[in-house]
Design a protein around this ligand. Structure first.
Ligand SMILES: [Zn+2]
Length: 452
């Protein structure tokens, strides 16, 4: 199934159109237009269904999915550190501020070498596509050329992506061997990179976007942050950064700026509709109000939070506030590259927050009540929710959405999925597919109806 433009797909599809809705449509007919977008979804109970199926079958443009296979929307990963790919699964033993200096900055500094960038980024983009990440939001490094190579790899292998050259110009926090040579150079490089991506966009509509990327407030000078804010105002590119991630980081900003990350970012002009704030574990009610008023977004990174954030993000509270949220793996702070794993970890983290984890504290005081999220909500955030953050019509099987999808096969060798059509309701089946699918069950991935 290489290219599905101008074809109709017949089979079982699962998708979510809003936070609390999830559907399993068996033997649905999904029609794909020449632009790689869904032009029609025809369900079994519609009068026109049989005629339409016949029409596509006679014109030999019908693609049938097997009974033990399910089409799901592709995933959006809102927070990835591309250069940390070689570090995935290790170096998880020390706090964030030490981890950056001991492991992460030395690794990221290696991307001065373009050959190393080619080697790592090629493997990263291909691996994430195989894991079902059809849209990826990447931090690069401080290096102009290496970050361009990352954008080129996304185009080459067909992944939808947002990419940013990282700004780190603060002498007191960034080591000599890994720091922008000056604030001016950091700003010029950001502009050059944005223009480079604009050129790439000319032949790749809807595929590649640039992001203004101050690593986080500690690594940047106020001057750089103000100037990046101005740049953000003048252009319509994305902005990505970390926000109130850990005790150390949150306190550093309070001490330096006399205000929270959110308040400071707003003052720097960096909070807007296209802003993605990673983590947000220590957001106050007032911070959330500011983020909502500015229409900025949050990348929830549950696995990484367990290792580096000293707290669980209050997702339920943020959803209740009506904030725009998607999920992030935070490679390599989180030791998994899978957004499907991240969706599961979202459920686990919310349950840990709700029940509490310290057995020496009495039951009543142990957790934060009403914090859990359901598998439906986690799935929505992994698919349509994440794409909505980026204003990209993807992550669902709705009309005029890109056909960005994965095919789950429940009968691959060593599959852990056991579905029973006599015992399992449709909702049971959906939940089992979300909870039990692994990388090996994903047998094909499409972006814009092209197999990647
Ligand atoms: Zn991060």
């Amino acid at each position: 199934m290489k290219k599905l433009t101008n074809k109709a797909i017949l089979g079982s599809i699962i998708f979510s159109s809003s936070l609390n809705n999830i559907y399993l449509e068996k033997n649905a007919l999904l029609v794909i237009g020449p632009n790689g977008k869904i032009s029609d979804l025809i369900k079994r109970n519609e009068d026109r269904y049989h005629n339409e199926v016949r029409k596509y079958r006679y014109s030999q443009s019908l693609v049938e999915i097997k009974g033990h296979q399910y089409l799901l929307p592709g995933f959006t990963d809102l927070h990835i550190h591309a250069p940390q790919w070689p570090q995935l699964g290790k170096a998880l033993d020390i706090p964030l501020e030490k981890w950056l200096q001991k492991y992460t900055f030395p690794l990221e500094a290696k991307f001065k070498d373009e050959n190393f960038a080619h080697f790592v980024y090629e493997d990263l983009v291909r691996s994430l596509l195989r894991a079902g990440t059809t849209t990826a939001v990447y931090f690069g490094t401080i290096h102009q050329r290496a970050t361009q190579i990352l954008a080129e790899k996304c185009i080459k292998f067909g992944q939808r992506a947002v990419v940013g050259k990282v700004v780190m110009d603060n002498h007191s926090q960034c080591p000599d061997y890994y720091r922008d040579s000056s604030t001016r150079d950091a700003l010029d490089d950001t502009e050059t990179f944005t223009k480079f991506v604009e050129e790439l966009q000319k032949n790749n509509e809807g595929k590649i976007y640039a992001a203004i990327t101050p690593r986080f407030i500690p690594s940047c000078t106020n001057e750089a942050l103000y100037e990046l804010g101005k740049l953000a105002k003048q252009s319509n590119v994305f902005v990505q950064t970390h926000c109130s991630e850990s005790d150390w980081e949150h306190q550093h900003v309070l001490d330096r700026c006399g205000k929270t990350d959110t308040e400071a970012l707003q003052e720097f002009g960096l909070l807007k509709k296209s802003t993605i704030l990673a983590h947000g574990n220590f957001l106050s009610e007032q911070d959330m109000d500011i983020i909502k008023a500015q229409q900025a977004n949050i990348a929830h990174c549950p696995l990484s939070n367990f290792f580096f954030s000293d707290a669980v993000f209050p997702l339920r509270r943020a959803l209740r506030k009506g904030l725009s949220i998607g999920l992030g793996t935070d490679i390599a702070g989180g030791p998994s590259c899978s957004v499907l794993d991240t969706a599961k970890n979202t459920i686990f983290a919310s349950r840990a927050l709700e029940s509490g984890v310290n057995p020496f504290v009495q039951r009543e005081g142990r957790g934060l009540s009403n914090s859990r999220v359901s598998f439906k909500e986690a799935f929505y955030l992994a698919t349509k929710g994440g794409a909505q953050v980026l204003s990209i019509p993807a992550g669902s099987f709705e009309k005029d959405f890109y056909f960005d999808a994965i095919l789950i096969d429940t009968e691959v060798e060593h599959s852990r999925i056991s579905l029973d059509k006599f015992i399992d309701s449709d909702e049971d089946m959906i939940q089992k597919l979300i909870m039990l699918s692994s990388r090996s069950n994903i047998v094909e991935t499409w972006v814009g109806a092209v197999s990647v």
